[in-house]
Design a protein around this ligand. Structure first.
Ligand code: KG4
Ligand code: ZN
Length: 347
């Protein structure tokens, strides 16, 4: 197809979970606009995402969010060279909204359409940075839905070295925060309170599953639950907000240290074995300050380059979908109007 790529404008759309996002990216690398409408307020009272509420909210927000992204970029749908939409993995009802919208927009404007794997989007979020890794690199995707360590040898060439066998790291943060009465999402608040506590005060278990790069966080979550029951009692530590309780700070700091130890330890082992010279992080948990610092210390020690996007590109966003979509379109890889979302979608 007569596709001019260097300055091509791609509209990215992501509705895989609880954020409605649309973004215009130029040439696959320059973010012109990136709008994310969070649903955290809707799900907070339930302590986690309610899928039915998420898809209903996506239906309300998809057009306003796309309009805002186009408006901020100063372009119309007909000015675009293509539309990239996340087709999975994720919540099926949520994915359906983005895919249906993208197909309708591509059909009415006669634009190329491409469906993008959400994890591939996370991988290529680092291509939106000034400095990009060269292949091969390892990437750790750590979010509320995924904990996956992937070797990337080139666009389309991925090998998953390990993944979580139960909870995702972000899910563990959210569940521990719920147990402690700290609200949803749990990551940012545990990150903040950890700074006030002693990470050595409680020795929570670390699941270094031998002979694999897989992760497991459910045992840690159970250990935290048991500790809370014995140390704090049923009322999460008596009167006053839990966030004011020094015992809660210690639990947060010790839990976070256990998560970071495992993530850094497993990634270090994989870097040594695979012999790669670059590591990238993405996903909501990559916004965690202690994880970023510990990964930096480890990669500096090994002389390996570390790439971590800013927090707004670590969490779910459509710019990363546009960046990966650009690479697909470059390869002449487009989807038809029979594009359908998939809750489970391997890389
Ligand atoms: O990537 P993301 O926005 O959505 C998913 O695809 O899941 O990640 C959200 C997850 C939530 O579990 C949230 O608690 C966690 O990322 N998170 C953090 C931090 N900020 C967000 N976890 C640890 N530390 C943080 N600073
Ligand atoms: Zn994600």
């Amino acid at each position: 197809m007569g596709w001019s790529l260097a300055r091509s404008l791609i509209l990215g759309i992501d509705t895989s979970c609880d954020d409605t996002s649309a973004s215009v990216v130029e040439g696959g690398v320059r973010i012109v606009s990136n709008v994310v409408s969070s649903q955290a307020e809707i799900h907070r009272r339930y302590g986690g995402i309610v899928p039915e509420l998420a898809s209903r909210r996506h239906i309300e927000m998809i057009w306003p969010v796309v309009e805002e992204a186009l408006g901020a970029a100063g372009v119309r749908l007909e000015d675009l060279e293509g539309i990239a939409v996340c087709r999975g993995p994720g919540l099926i009802g949520s994915l359906l909204v983005g895919c249906s919208f993208a197909k309708a927009a591509a059909y009415t404007k006669g634009l190329p359409l491409v469906g993008v794997n959400h994890l591939e989007g996370h991988i290529f979020s680092v291509f939106l940075l000034e400095e990009r890794p060269s292949y091969p690199f390892l990437t750790l995707i750590v979010s509320g839905g995924h904990t996956s360590l992937v070797r990337v040898d080139g666009f389309g060439s991925y090998r998953e070295l390990g993944r979580t066998r139960d909870d995702a790291a972000g899910e563990a943060y959210d569940k521990v925060a719920k147990l402690l009465g700290l609200g949803y999402p749990g990551g940012p608040v545990i990150d903040a309170l950890s700074g006030k506590g002693d990470p050595e005060s409680i020795r929570f278990p670390r699941a270094f599953i031998p002979g694999t790069y897989d992760f497991s966080f459910s045992g840690l979550k159970t250990a935290v639950r048991n500790h809370i029951a014995s140390a704090l009692g049923a009322d999460s530590g008596g009167p006053g907000a839990p966030s004011e309780n020094p015992a809660v700070w210690d639990i947060c700091a010790s839990f976070q240290r256990a998560v970071v130890d495992v993530l850094v330890g497993k990634v270090e082992g994989a870097i040594r074995r695979e012999g790669v010279r670059a590591l990238t992080l993405s996903g909501g948990v990559a916004a965690n300050r202690e994880l970023r610092a510990a990964m930096k210390e480890m990669t500096d020690r090994l002389g390996v380059a570390l790439y971590i996007p800013p927090a707004e590109l670590c969490t779910d966003n459509a710019a990363m979908i546009a960046a990966a979509g650009h690479l697909h379109l470059l390869n002449g890889d487009t989807s038809g109007l029979d594009l359908s979302p998939a809750a489970y979608l391997p890389l």
